[in-house]
Design a protein around this ligand. Structure first.
Ligand code: HEC
Ligand code: HEC
Ligand code: HEC
Ligand code: HEC
Ligand code: HEC
Ligand code: HEC
Ligand code: HEC
Ligand code: HEC
Ligand code: HEC
Ligand code: HEC
Length: 340
């Protein structure tokens, strides 16, 4: 009961802080309400929800009990029966644990991952007497790998992201055993690896206008951090949010412009562009330019005849290709109306 109640309190607090955030941006409220019409979720809120959704990592049961030094038999013993696995291990970066004196016996070779092997060897090998991560939960494998890999920036969040929570395991992407040396011990090339699970995404990249990922000009992790981050779509985190990620390459869209288009944007770029690919020119989210702009500028509808305040009549075909006049659609230094 009490934990339920404290969760409720937390939720109320959360809503409170999120609302404060919204109020603080009241000066931008007009723009914000325009943005709201596009139905974008409040990213901060979903980030927060993610952070509260921590999954506890627990070592596999084979590694929970403390082991004595004598329980470690050494990699040469394993090699005697597992030549194949040894050869695979020997081409990976983990082999450094064998050659460097930095690593104690408990963190060397086979036993650094499989745990002390004495019981298994005493049994003459066989199944069930030593940890096989293949049979472990994703959270258990993560806990095991994290005994050494918790410090890398990306993975500090790995219990809060979309990938490692409880479904996708370190060894779904990395293979500590592999016949040929592959970069980062990945199971396959990054793109192939990602697509093997995210087939729907490859359909977007097959559309006529797309970022050149299939052609090898770019990679999924030019935009995504595969180990996850606090944001829901795991896009590379930069101060300035998702747009800042796009702007690393599209520097000409960066500004600051004297006249920004939607300076209050939080996920500006993807309001109008599909980041993967689109059937529309310039990877726009809509085929009809007018409809794209009308998502937010519906007050432009109507005609000068109805209302002398209206600058132009949008039923007039002359006005339908908005960017033929408003050419500086991303921002302008000389025209408030983005005309030049
Ligand atoms: C005397 C030979 C022998 C030695 C020494 C030996 N193993 Fe094994 N190991 C086996 C056999 C046999 C199997 C069962 C293989 C099978 O069923 O395919 C096995 C299975 C395993 C498995 C899979 C266990 C499971 O439950 O699926 C792992 C992991 C393993 N060994 C790791 C090691 C490590 C690490 C060492 C060194 C500490 C080691 N082995 C030493 C013979 C040996
Ligand atoms: C960096 C961690 C790591 C190291 C070091 C390591 N392994 Fe493994 N091992 C794994 C993982 C993870 C799996 C599960 C395989 C998978 O997911 O494809 C595994 C699986 C195995 C298996 C079972 C294969 C099967 O098909 O069920 C054996 C046997 C094995 N390892 C032996 C060894 C031996 C022998 C060494 C040392 C020469 C070694 N491992 C070093 C992580 C490691
Ligand atoms: C005992 C400590 C230890 C454990 C446990 C461990 N690693 Fe490592 N790992 C290392 C070291 C040391 C390196 C080499 C680092 C370097 O070169 O700077 C490394 C490197 C890596 C790399 C980079 C490979 C490259 O080619 O640059 C990957 C990926 C990796 N480990 C994945 C894993 C996975 C997955 C697990 C769990 C199945 C795991 N590690 C468990 C110590 C460990
Ligand atoms: C969804 C696939 C995926 C999962 C799951 C995953 N990784 Fe990675 N990992 C990658 C990719 C892709 C790279 C290469 C990054 C690059 O190209 O910069 C990488 C790189 C690494 C590196 C070396 C580079 C660095 O960032 O230090 C380490 C170490 C590593 N992973 C460990 C782990 C551990 C430990 C886990 C489990 C907690 C894990 N990874 C889970 C895909 C994954
Ligand atoms: C073993 C399968 C697997 C692999 C390999 C894999 N993913 Fe995922 N990915 C998932 C699952 C499962 C989820 C969480 C469920 C979901 O939202 O689809 C996820 C979630 C994501 C998300 C967040 C999706 C969202 O809706 O917010 C992104 C982005 C992502 N993955 C990118 C990648 C990238 C980039 C790679 C390659 C480095 C990769 N994935 C490799 C299975 C995988
Ligand atoms: C140009 C940058 C970029 C590249 C390259 C990219 N993504 Fe994305 N991806 C994004 C952005 C931005 C979003 C968030 C879209 C949103 O919130 O509407 C996203 C969303 C996703 C999602 C979740 C939503 C969805 O569309 O299903 C997945 C899964 C995903 N990407 C996987 C991948 C994979 C796999 C690759 C490589 C084949 C890849 N991405 C390459 C920028 C990119
Ligand atoms: C790693 C660099 C990189 C990142 C990050 C990146 N892009 Fe691109 N983008 C490119 C390149 C290179 C091209 C031109 C590719 C081509 O000619 O097909 C391009 C093309 C485009 C185009 C189409 C231009 C045209 O002429 O049709 C749009 C729109 C676009 N990007 C938007 C985005 C958005 C939105 C993001 C962030 C979600 C983003 N880009 C992130 C490199 C990047
Ligand atoms: C309000 C909608 C909108 C937003 C927000 C937006 N764009 Fe665009 N963008 C467009 C339109 C419309 C075009 C096509 C203009 C034309 O061809 O007349 C375009 C064209 C582009 C092009 C290709 C042509 C060129 O000028 O280089 C790139 C690259 C691009 N946008 C990147 C971005 C990036 C990066 C962001 C986020 C910082 C962004 N866009 C935000 C509407 C938008
Ligand atoms: C996601 C919402 C959104 C979309 C989509 C959008 N705009 Fe805007 N636009 C705004 C906001 C917010 C402002 C700032 C409004 C203000 O300050 O009155 C603005 C300002 C403008 C202005 C300057 C008006 C002024 O009074 O300063 C022009 C011109 C304009 N947009 C044209 C377009 C065109 C053309 C498109 C389609 C390519 C478009 N907009 C798409 C939100 C959007
Ligand atoms: C033929 C050129 C042309 C086309 C096409 C055009 N506009 Fe305009 N637009 C203008 C001019 C010129 C103004 C300034 C009118 C004025 O100051 O009275 C303007 C003003 C605006 C304003 C600011 C109005 C205000 O009252 O502050 C917005 C918003 C706008 N246009 C949106 C659009 C949208 C959306 C489209 C496409 C559906 C579009 N425009 C198509 C020329 C054009």
């Amino acid at each position: 009961m009490s934990t339920k109640r404290s969760k409720l309190k937390l939720a109320v607090l959360l809503v409170f802080f999120v609302s404060i955030g919204v109020v603080c941006r009241a000066d931008l409220s007009k723009a914000a309400s325009l943005m709201a019409r596009t139905g974008r979720q409040n990213q901060a809120q979903s980030n927060k929800a993610n952070a509260d959704n921590k999954v506890r990592l627990e070592l596999p049961k084979e590694l929970r009990a403390p082991a004595a030094a004598a329980d470690y038999v050494g990699t040469d013993t394993c090699k005697a029966c597992h030549v194949e696995q040894f050869d695979q291990f020997a081409v990976t970066a983990h082999y450094v644990t064998m050659t460097s004196s930095k690593y104690p016996d408990t963190q060397k070779g086979c036993e650094m991952c499989h745990g002390p092997g004495k019981t298994h060897v005493d049994a003459g090998g066989g199944t069930g007497s030593i940890l096989n991560p293949k049979n472990s939960k994703a959270t258990e494998v993560a806990a095991m790998c994290a005994t050494c890999h918790q410090d890398e920036s990306g993975r500090q969040n790995f219990h809060q992201n979309q990938h490692d929570i409880a479904t996708v395991s370190c060894n779904d992407c990395h293979s500590p055993h592999q016949p040929h040396k592959k970069e980062f011990m990945l199971i396959s090339d990054t793109q192939e690896l990602c697509i093997s699970c995210h087939r729907e995404v490859s359909r977007d990249f097959a559309k006529p206008f797309h970022h050149k990922v299939p052609e090898g000009g770019m990679s999924c992790n030019d935009c995504h951090q595969q180990h996850g981050l606090l944001n829901k779509t795991q896009t590379i985190d930069l101060a300035g949010g998702m747009d800042a990620m796009c702007l690393r390459c599209h520097t000409d869209k960066q500004g600051p412009f004297v006249f920004e288009h939607m300076s209050a944007r939080s996920e500006g770029c993807i309001t109008c562009h599909n980041p993967h690919g689109s059937i529309n020119n310039r990877m726009l989210v809509r085929s009809d330019m007018k409809m794209l702009c009308m998502q937010c500028h519906s007050d432009r509808q109507g005609s000068a005849a109805d209302d002398p305040q209206k600058a132009h009549d949008l039923r007039d075909p002359r006005y339908q290709n908005c960017t033929s006049c408003h050419i500086m659609i991303h921002g302008s230094n000389s025209s408030r109306l983005l005309l030049h």
